[in-house]
Design a binder for this molecule. Structure first.
Ligand code: GDP
Length: 365
């Protein structure tokens, strides 16, 4: 019936023959795309791209750093090795503070200020909560919107998998690639609530703590140890009604910092206020950081610290590798389960169980 109607030239169901339509995707473009997909990039392609400032290849290489696939890991290590001689010419700045203090607003303001002065800025993040939230810091696309669209800025959300130590290693390696790619200012963000500050402090040259006025240290969840690590303490949101309070907080923090022991760098930590939202006194924060770099370059501390950090990286790499290798060993996995049961049933002490596991691991190598 339908067929009959379709063949009837007066029926609305009649299909008129039209002009042949060109394919919606150009066959030559498709062929090119397929060829490109087939030709996997070699490590030298990545290195060349990174050195030429390709953001795509930089991103892809960082994805390989973050990957848990052994082949990616191997490739990433080769890329890092070849990029290392081109890295290091930067200042690495750690930025911390409790959620809501204005870190992303501050990074956006500082980042835009720096790119307007001809700098290239890379923003990386360490997010201790990322295992749960899959990278909450910077993961939210609405954060740092203008900096995201800034051609001289490169923003990379936190790696979400692995232990804090693992994430820190990946961030360190990403720093090397960003530097090789021409970023001369590296900002590493972390939430000021836990252990991650120490990790960040160990990978940067300058550590900046953002604070709020009108809230005690306890309220801000900032531990004394973190204040002691800070090279600058910046009271944010110094605008509107809050400006006076921020000024008062500045004086209080200055007094508190005087009580801390002198720093090895010869630098006296500075306290200042700013409004990240209004981009007020952001240039002054940069002035403080520049003064720090000048002083520590002159007195040799800048290089000394970088060298110490490089040695530390070797040790933490060894620790990481040993740990991964140990826990991924199938015999150990089995023995661990057995040991846990034995400990719970008081058949063996925790120490002896640990010692036996280690003995069997090293004996098995
Ligand atoms: P983060 O969680 O530390 O990254 O903080 P955000 O940058 O997301 O800022 C938290 C809130 O504080 C947002 O609503 C911002 O608009 C606001 N904020 C950030 N900086 C300032 C500032 O300098 N002044 C004022 N008044 N508000 C700010």
């Amino acid at each position: 019936m339908i067929e009959e109607l379709a063949n009837n030239k007066d029926s609305a169901l009649k299909v008129n023959e039209g002009i042949p339509q060109p394919p919606s995707v150009s066959p030559t473009a498709l062929a090119r795309l397929k060829a490109k997909k087939k030709k996997a990039l070699k490590e030298d392609d990545y290195v060349k791209g990174i050195l030429e400032g390709s953001r795509t290849l930089l991103s892809k290489a960082i994805t390989m750093i973050e990957s848990s696939l052994p082949n990616d890991h191997k490739m990433a290590q080769m890329i890092i090795e070849k990029c290392l001689p081109h890295a290091g010419k930067s200042i690495r700045i750690g930025i911390t503070g409790v959620p809501g203090v204005g870190k992303s607003t501050f990074i956006e303001s500082l980042g835009n200020h720096l790119t307007s002065q001809g700098h290239k800025v890379a923003v990386l993040a360490i997010d201790p909560s990322s295992q749960r939230t899959k990278g909450s810091i910077l993961g939210d696309k609405t954060r740092m919107e203008t900096l995201c669209n800034n051609p001289d800025a490169f923003i990379r959300p936190s790696a979400s998998a692995g232990s804090l130590g693992g994430v820190a290693r990946k961030t360190r390696e990403s720093i090397v690639l960003c530097e090789a790619s021409g970023y001369d200012i590296i900002l590493v963000e972390t939430v000021g609530v836990g252990q991650s500050e120490t990790e960040v402090h160990n990978m940067v040259d300058f550590f900046l703590l953002l604070m709020l006025s009108g809230a005690g240290d306890e309220l801000q969840g900032i531990k004394r140890g973190i204040m002691e690590m800070a090279d600058a303490l910046i009271v944010n949101k110094a605008d509107g009604d809050n400006e006076n309070r921020a000024g008062l907080a500045k004086v209080q923090y200055q007094t508190a910092l005087h009580l801390f022991p002198p720093t090895e760098s010869g630098w006296s930590p500075k306290v200042d206020t700013c409004s990240a939202m209004k981009m007020d006194r952001i240039a002054n924060v940069w002035k403080i950081i520049s003064e720090y770099k000048e002083l520590t370059t002159e007195n040799g501390y800048f290089n000394k610290r970088r060298q110490e950090q490089a040695i530390d990286i070797m040790f933490s790499s060894i620790n990481d590798a040993l740990e991964t290798n140990f826990y991924n060993n199938s015999q150990i996995e089995e023995a661990l389960e057995k040991a846990k049961e034995d400990i719970l049933q008081n058949k063996v002490s925790s120490y002896i169980a640990a010692q036996r596991l280690l003995d069997s691991y090293f004996g098995n190598l």
